[in-house]
Design a protein around this ligand. Structure first.
Ligand code: NAD
Length: 463
């Protein structure tokens, strides 16, 4: 089918569905209230369902192009609005979304043919998806979800994190402008001017929402799973990195630094604590210091804890002010001027709160263990049963196998930085929604489809 034919089909579809439609919005996809947002996404989903797959792919190509064009602007706004992360790393994350998020090629069909005919299992859209997105990778998650959900034939209503609404809504606008640019409809993805927890709950309950995709901490995943609807839950992690006595220690040090300092440790997959076998622990610390880490003393760690945690309702909770902050800023605020530092490292016990908690800050604690078995046990304990991500540096395949089986996580990176898991410097596609809790793992277009069996009785088998 050539371009002119595709345009003609789409023009026909659009004029049929759009009769009486209001003029294009100034900010395409952004609505004042949830009901209007869902209704618009519903209308567009009907158009998408009527389009050839080829046209979906054409819109996706335009979205990819526009992500690349706007990567710097999105990254700058993201850091400015949330106060978290690093502009340069966020640009890389947007490029990764544009280049490695699967499109319609991800939607595969299964077929059986024989004497009794032809049976297909095709993957169809759910319809309108309701998605909540985090403040840590706001526009990256929206753009990645939007591509996958559209490839699968859905439209999506986002209720972004209120603390990242501007950058999230800019991403939604970019998706819709890209679609319009390709001759497609607006409202492929929609969002609210002022998202709140209440608007998120209203979205969950809305009868037109067929599938919920929750990317965030444990609270939102539990809320999504309690709706009585199908939900994909991409929750929190606390990924350990285990280094055993067979590891290439200088390389392990650099890999852990690169993974744990990426976007100031915001990614849920990033190394959050190190467990090192005694025999290599000093060597590992040495190479980390040689490669841009600041080794904090016990007294400095104590001061850092006063910044990192605040008292709330009688409990120590994360101080959001420092989530995703630069290591040099954390150090400066305890009176240490260490220049340009990638990570703060320290030694602590397995009970240390900065080792047990998911900090999402460039501070990483190291716990010594006497051997690999003790290390595997400890990593399992520190991962808290999230079954999200865990990483290991070792040349011993038996150790690696034992760790992989014991940790039972959606992601297990061996001998590399954690971001290899999402296709950055590693093989495979990317995603920013890792469904650890509900088991879909690294989501893609296929995850956002439902199974439909289509049976031709007694015919069409030509074997
Ligand atoms: P968060 O849980 O504070 O917020 C995530 C989203 O959920 C926001 O849009 C928020 O408004 C919404 N939300 C929270 N409670 C809700 C409720 N009861 N009902 C409806 N909506 C609700 O998360 P954050 O701090 O922005 O992001 C960091 C957390 O997300 C970390 O724990 C991180 O590990 C996790 N995360 C996981 C993945 C993954 O793919 N598994 C990806 C990114 C972040």
């Amino acid at each position: 089918m050539d371009e002119a034919e595709i345009r003609e089909i789409v023009r026909e579809v659009l004029s049929r569905v759009r009769s009486g439609e209001p003029p294009k919005a100034e900010r395409p996809g952004i609505f004042a209230d949830m009901d209007a947002a869902v209704a618009a996404a519903r209308t567009t989903q009907r158009m998408i369902a009527a389009m050839p797959m080829e046209f979906r792919e054409k819109i996706i190509a335009s979205i990819r192009k526009n992500i690349l064009k706007n990567a710097a602007a999105l990254s700058e706004l993201g850091v400015r609005e949330t106060g978290m992360g690093k502009v340069g790393h966020k640009i890389l994350k947007h490029q990764l979304v544009a280049e490695k998020t699967p499109g319609t090629e991800d939607i595969t069909t299964t077929a059986w043919s024989g004497d009794r005919g032809l049976t297909l299992v095709e993957r169809g859209p759910f319809g309108v998806i309701g998605a909540v997105t985090p403040s840590t990778n706001p526009s990256e998650t929206i753009l990645c979800n939007a591509i996958g959900m559209l490839a699968a034939g859905n439209t999506v209503v986002f209720n972004p994190h209120p603390g990242a609404k501007n950058v999230s809504n800019l991403a939604v606008e970019i998706v819709n402008r890209a679609s319009l640019e390709a001759g497609g409809p607006e409202n492929i993805a929609v969002s609210l001017e002022n998202p709140t927890l209440e608007s998120g709950e209203a979205m969950f309950r809305h009868p037109e929402i067929q599938l919920i995709v929750a990317t965030g901490g444990p609270g939102v995943v539990t809320a999504a799973l309690s709706t009585g609807k199908r939900a994909i839950g991409a929750g929190a992690g606390n990924p350990p990195a285990l280094v055993d006595e067979t590891a290439d220690v200088p390389k392990a040090a650099v890999d852990i630094i690169n993974g744990a300092s990426f976007d100031n440790n915001l990614p849920c997959i990033a190394e959050k604590e190190i467990v090192a076998v005694e025999r290599v622990a000093d060597e590992l610390l040495h190479h980390m210091k040689e490669n841009g880490c600041y080794h904090a003393s016990a007294a400095e760690v104590e001061k850092l804890m006063q910044l990192v945690f605040v008292r709330h309702n009688g409990k120590d909770v994360l101080n959001r002010k420092y989530v995703g902050a630069d290591a040099s800023r954390l150090l400066r605020d305890i009176g240490v001027d260490a220049g340009d530092v990638k990570l703060v490292i320290f030694e602590g016990s397995e009970q240390h709160p900065a080792i047990r908690e998911e900090l999402m800050m460039p501070i990483i604690g190291l716990v010594r263990v006497k051997n690999v078995d003790a290390g595997i046990e400890l990593c399992k304990n520190l991962e808290h049963g999230n079954r999200h991500s865990a990483h290991m540096h070792s040349k011993n395949v038996d150790h690696l196998t034992k760790f992989g089986k014991a940790l039972d996580t959606a992601i297990f990176v061996k001998n590399g930085p954690s971001y290899n898991a999402i296709g950055f410097g590693g093989e495979g596609y990317t995603t920013f929604t890792i469904a650890s809790r509900t088991g879909e793992g690294l989501t893609s277009a296929y995850t956002f489809t439902k199974s439909r069996r289509c049976v031709m009785s007694d015919s069409l088998c030509i074997r």
